[in-house]
Design a protein around this ligand. Structure first.
Ligand code: HMG
Ligand code: MG
Length: 297
């Protein structure tokens, strides 16, 4: 067990992972305001959009219009999902400087999600990452279904490590380990992540928990004890993946920030201002968000 870190970097994925799964579309203007409020709350790494096929995820079809509206703030970095070269071209023309390519540790999930096998997707990402890096952009990688696949069941730690290694080899500076359907427990995290940190620098790995079974905060605590310092979360606990049956929202940024605060770990996030951002988007979506901490005053 490592001592707990002094600082954690939160990657806010609410505007992307959150809004992609909402029935109600949010206007470009309101998305920009939501992101402005997230920045005001102290979030510095924000996944703002997705350049996937607009028919697959219509909620995020306005990525080209949204990115140019985002305020440029020193120390704040915006990113967007890119599944292929067409997505990269759209990302480049929007002006975004950081992209995230995404694949999975389960074949069936990857086919349902991006219509490609794992190897095929990695081969497709090679020219995408090369071109993005040549353009001076930075590249993040995601591996979905690192613990349980909604179609295939348990996923092996060896398969996860193989895909993580391939994404780092492509030039990703960080790879996010996804518990896509929120089914992992701290024991699973200990096994899979223990295997990963034996092979890759922990500073290059982020944890991405969904909260279906209410295990996300426990999984964060387990990861912190293993030396992880980068966590993805979404304001209010928005989110899910439309191609992962049963996936509910991400770990809520409020719940994560509260835990870290109580552990004396610095995040730079103001819970008070974060609640304002979450309440703003909850009003736009016309429903309450699942975060427990958000419901406290
Ligand atoms: P496809 O149908 O196989 O695409 O979809 P294709 O390459 O055969 O092209 C078909 C048509 O789509 C062509 O147009 C392309 O130009 C067009 P046509 O010639 O027929 O007129 N096209 C595009 N248009 C706009 N933007 C693009 C694009 N690409 C092709 N980027 C594709 C393949 C990957 C595009 C599709 O499957 C897709 O968009 N999937 C995205 C699914 C998605 O967004 N899922 C949620 C995000 S992942 C997630 O949430 C998990 C994560 O949070 C981590 C975790 O929790 O585990 C990251
Ligand atoms: Mg996700």
């Amino acid at each position: 067990m490592s001592p707990l870190p002094r600082t954690v970097r939160i990657v806010e994925v609410g505007p992307r992972d959150g809004l992609q799964n909402e029935a109600r579309a949010v206007s470009t203007e309101k998305k920009a305001e939501f992101i402005r409020l997230l920045v005001a709350a102290g979030l510095k790494d924000i996944e703002a959009a997705s350049f996937v096929h607009p028919k697959w995820v219509p909620q995020l079809a306005d990525a080209e219009q949204l990115i140019p509206r985002l305020e440029s703030v020193q120390g704040v970095r915006y990113s967007a999902l890119v599944p292929n070269m067409k997505g990269l071209e759209r990302a480049i023309s929007s002006g975004i400087r950081r992209i995230a390519v995404f694949t999975a540790a389960s074949e069936t999930f990857n086919r349902k999600n991006i219509n490609m096998g794992i190897q095929e997707s990695l081969e497709g990402f090679k020219p995408v990452a090369d071109r993005a890096l040549k353009e001076g952009m930075s590249v993040r990688g995601y591996v979905s279904t690192c613990f349980v696949c909604p179609y295939e069941g348990a996923v092996t730690k060896e398969k996860v490590a193989e895909v993580v290694g391939a994404l780092l080899d492509l030039g990703a500076d960080e790879v996010s380990i996804g518990d896509t359907i929120g089914a992992a427990s701290p024991r699973d995290v200990e096994i899979t992540c223990g295997h990963l940190i034996g092979q890759f620098p922990v500073e290059k790995l982020a944890m991405h928990f969904h909260d279906t079974y209410g295990m996300a905060v426990a999984n964060v605590y387990q990861s912190l004890q293993m030396g992880f310092t980068i966590f993805d979360s979404s304001a209010g606990g928005l989110g899910g993946c439309p191609y992962a049956p049963g996936a509910s929202g991400n770990l809520a940024t409020e719940d994560l920030a509260y835990l870290l605060d109580r552990l004396g770990i610095h995040t730079g996030v103001s819970l008070k201002l974060l609640r304002q951002a979450s309440r703003f988007i909850a009003e736009e979506l016309a429903h309450e968000l699942p975060s427990r901490v958000l419901r406290t005053s």
